[in-house]
Design a protein around this ligand. Structure first.
Ligand SMILES: NC(=O)c1ccc[n+]([C@@H]2O[C@H](COP(=O)([O-])OP(=O)(O)OC[C@H]3O[C@@H](n4cnc5c(N)ncnc54)[C@H](OP(=O)(O)O)[C@@H]3O)[C@@H](O)[C@H]2O)c1
Length: 398
């Protein structure tokens, strides 16, 4: 495929789809032609001529002039059908749909192997941060020891608002919605699912491990209250929602999404608002830090354009770590240090801790901090109680 013969069929003309038009208008280099756009709702007003639009996916999929599909819908099941049919027809695909890629990863890997057609999704992981291609190419011959990061802009915005303005969670969430950073149904973001989809995709490129999202634990930020924020402030820390994958000395990989207290010496301490950041630790390259816009029409579309450009030199993922590290597996048997806040004195299962560092009881709320086996923590009957909140208090996974 060369730069001059890429003709795009676009699915979805929402935030990112429209962002792609803007990016193409302003691109100083590559400007592939978008021939047709498939959308869902006939009654919606569009800011482009009617001739561009269709509601019938086969007008794009069966058009022999269209050789690249850009999938930017918000429906992961419909998106997978589009991807499958595109690859079957020999059309390369670029997508930003993290839920679709992570939920159907095994199927998509098989389709790529069968049809040998490129399928790229840089925009699906932290939008403008070029993390997938770096995992694939730059760390090609290096072994990642761990990576962790703030992979969701909405939760980072909410936590920043709570800390800087003293707003309670609900008001900070409303601010995120007013600013267009959170959807009207924010569950996927605040409960950590969105971060988990990205984590699952990166796991494949970093450790050769492909797992369904429901096999990975996600604790969100929905239970964080002003008591937790005060605790963080007193410790001179900030609470961030961190997605993490960490190679364990005992074998396997610790993988989870959880709020964590981080301090000034942590590279992500100053990553506030809607920004995202990822820290990698590698055997040879040591530590690397990626920071940037993890969402938004233009930054996400910029990653889509970068993938389109990569197609023009026949780039495809080789999933090198999948070949090099075929024995990767998730291991939940390790220790973490946590803060647990609770209402009733015996609510938090203090006897399940290996070591208790701090105990605090008041008429308002109570907390303990200590060392606990992750396996025990996630299986405890108290962790899911509305009145109990858990936050990691440092990076130690051991
Ligand atoms: N927004 C971001 O900052 C961001 C960042 C990274 C990744 N992403 C990912 O990018 C994708 C698009 O996000 P978005 O924010 O642009 O979504 P959006 O604003 O909600 O737009 C979704 C678009 O998809 C269309 N659509 C839905 N179902 C369809 C179907 N079955 N066939 C054809 N078109 C369909 C909708 O059509 P109508 O216009 O007719 O409703 C709409 O144009 C999602 O997978 C999202 O996770 C978004």
């Amino acid at each position: 495929m060369s730069r001059n013969n890429i003709t795009v069929g676009l699915f979805g003309f929402g935030c990112v789809g429209q962002g792609l038009f803007s990016v193409l208008e302003n691109s100083i280099g590559f400007k592939p032609e978008i021939k047709k756009i498939c959308v869902k709702h006939k009654e919606k007003e569009r800011n482009l001529a009617d001739k561009y639009f269709t509601f019938n996916k086969y007008e794009i999929l069966d058009d022999p002039e269209i050789n690249v599909i850009v999938e930017l819908t918000d429906d992961f099941e419909a998106a997978f059908e589009i991807v499958k049919e595109a690859l079957e027809r020999g059309k390369a695909v670029v997508t930003a749909n993290k839920k679709m890629v992570s939920e159907y990863f095994e199927e998509i890997l098989l389709l790529q192997e069968k049809y040998k057609i490129p399928f790229l999704y840089e925009a699906a992981c932290c939008a403008s941060i070029p993390v997938i291609r770096n995992f694939e190419e730059y760390y090609d011959n290096d072994t990642l020891y761990s990576f962790h990061g703030i992979m969701n802009g909405t939760t980072n915005f909410i936590l920043t608002e709570m800390r800087n303005t003293g707003k309670p969670f609900k008001t900070a969430l409303e601010s995120a919605q007013k600013n267009g950073y959170a959807e009207s149904n924010p569950t996927h973001d605040i409960e950590g699912y969105d971060s988990k989809y990205k984590l699952c995709i990166l796991l494949t490129h970093a450790f050769g491990l492909t797992v369904k999202p429901d096999k990975v634990l996600n604790f969100g930020i929905q239970k964080i209250n002003d008591f937790d924020i005060r605790f963080a402030n007193e410790k001179k820390g900030k609470i961030k929602l961190i997605a993490r994958a960490h190679r364990l000395k005992s074998g396997g990989i610790a993988v989870f999404v959880m709020p964590q207290l981080i301090f000034e010496n942590n590279e992500l301490f100053t990553v506030d608002g809607v920004d995202n950041g990822i820290v990698t630790e590698n055997f040879f390259a040591d530590k690397n830090i990626f920071i940037g816009k993890g969402a938004g029409a233009i930054p996400t579309a910029a990653a889509v354009l970068s993938d389109l450009s990569a197609l023009s030199y026949d780039y495809k993922y080789e999933y090198k770590k999948k070949m090099q590290l075929s024995n990767s597996f998730i291991n939940n048997d390790f220790f973490v240090n946590v803060y647990v806040r609770f209402n009733e004195r015996n609510e938090a299962g203090i006897h399940q801790f290996e070591e208790v560092y701090e105990e605090y009881y008041s008429t308002d709320q109570n907390y303990i901090t200590g060392k606990i086996r992750f396996n025990k923590l996630i299986r405890s009957e108290w962790i899911n109680k509305e009145s109990v909140n858990v936050i990691l208090i440092n990076d130690k996974i051991y």
